[in-house]
Write a protein that binds this ligand. Structure first.
Ligand code: SF4
Length: 339
């Protein structure tokens, strides 16, 4: 593989919990805890997990909304902790984020024209209003919206149209990398499909790379090349979509896939069985010791609550953080052989 466009190494993000009159720090929410992955140029990399798994915090730390507690993030080889006033402007142009809820990410009192003109003015793109208007016309075309929409306000748009405007705003500064945080979750299924097609077309036409964050496994399966499965701030399995769906190894990944609707009897036949017990996701303020999944894991052993699992390579680029990974991987292979 070539040098990745984005490299995240042992990323940690803790949020302090304060209490009492003096607002003393009494604990930390361990939102992200030693997460590592990379995204290749032109790749769509997915981060999968339930609500509270820490995937959105990873996204916001990458785009510098949050400062990391520790760990490194490299973009095109540049260490983001070493950005200067000169280089931070270039980074902000190159890496843009699209949020889940377009309703709250667009100012309802500003027209589409004004919303899209803002980043152009901030980054000095388009010398005159006429030139900026021409660029906005092109941006609306890129997200498949008529130019007359530039005079509308967000309240006059549907959810899908608002998200297209949010995408156009992200594209306004000619980025090379988009962080997409549940970009279709707030929308109807039919609108989701159209937006996914739009993302795929834009990636091809504009040579973009994506970090695609979602709780929707069916969706990420159709769009991403590789993904990491997150639980309570950590990645527990990482591999290609083919590996994750055909040979899932980690009990949590199997549980997620088992709960995903399938479209054919054949898919139903090879679906992994759920490997979790009933129960809520524990609090990230006080996550379980050892493997954080152990209170819910149906095959947990005594060491699972005491020792943090190390990554086990069970195939090319396929990593699993589980004490029983090798034995589970053998069973996954056997399952394939029997088919
Ligand atoms: Fe289950 Fe233990 Fe593996 Fe965690 S390390 S997933 S508790 S078997």
């Amino acid at each position: 593989m070539s040098e990745p466009v984005l490299k995240v190494e042992n990323l940690v993000k803790y949020f302090p919990v304060r209490s009492g009159l003096l607002h003393k720090i009494v604990a930390h929410v361990k939102a992200v805890d030693k997460v590592s992955f990379d995204v290749q140029k032109g790749e769509i990399f997915g981060l999968i997990g339930e609500s509270g798994s820490g995937k959105s915090t990873v996204a916001k730390t990458i785009v510098q909304i949050y400062n990391p507690t520790s760990g490194m993030i490299y973009f095109k080889g540049q260490n983001l902790s070493k950005l200067t006033k000169q280089t931070i402007g270039r980074f902000r142009r190159e890496v843009q984020m699209v949020f889940q809820d377009p309703k709250s990410s667009l100012n309802p009192r500003r027209s589409v024209m004004s919303i899209l003109e803002d980043p152009l003015i901030i980054h000095g793109i388009g010398k005159s209003r006429v030139e900026r208007k021409r660029i906005i016309h092109t941006l609306l075309g890129q997200v498949e919206m008529p130019s007359r929409y530039m005079y509308k306000y967000p309240s006059a748009l549907s959810g899908g149209e608002r998200q297209r405007i949010a995408i156009a705003r992200a594209l306004a500064v000619n980025p090379s990398f988009l962080v997409l945080d549940e970009p279709t979750s707030a929308l109807d299924v039919s609108v989701q499909a159209k937006l996914i097609n739009l993302f795929l077309r834009l990636k091809k036409e504009l040579a973009l790379s994506y970090l695609f964050i979602t709780h929707n496994l069916s969706l990420v399966r159709t769009i991403a090349a590789r993904a990491g499965v997150m639980y309570l701030g950590k990645i527990y399995e990482l591999g290609t979509m083919e590996m994750l769906f055909s040979h899932p190894v980690h009990p949590y990944t199997k549980t997620l896939i088992a709960a995903t609707p399938v479209v054919s009897k054949e898919e139903e036949r090879v679906k992994p069985r759920e490997m979790s017990k009933e129960g809520e996701i524990p609090s990230p303020v006080n996550p379980p010791s050892g493997c954080a999944f152990h209170p819910r894991c149906s095959i947990a052993e005594s060491r699972c609550s005491q020792e943090l699992p190390s990554p086990v390579k069970v195939g090319p680029g396929h990593l699993v953080w589980c004490h029983r990974a090798e034995e589970l991987a053998v069973r996954a292979e056997e399952l394939v052989v029997l088919e």
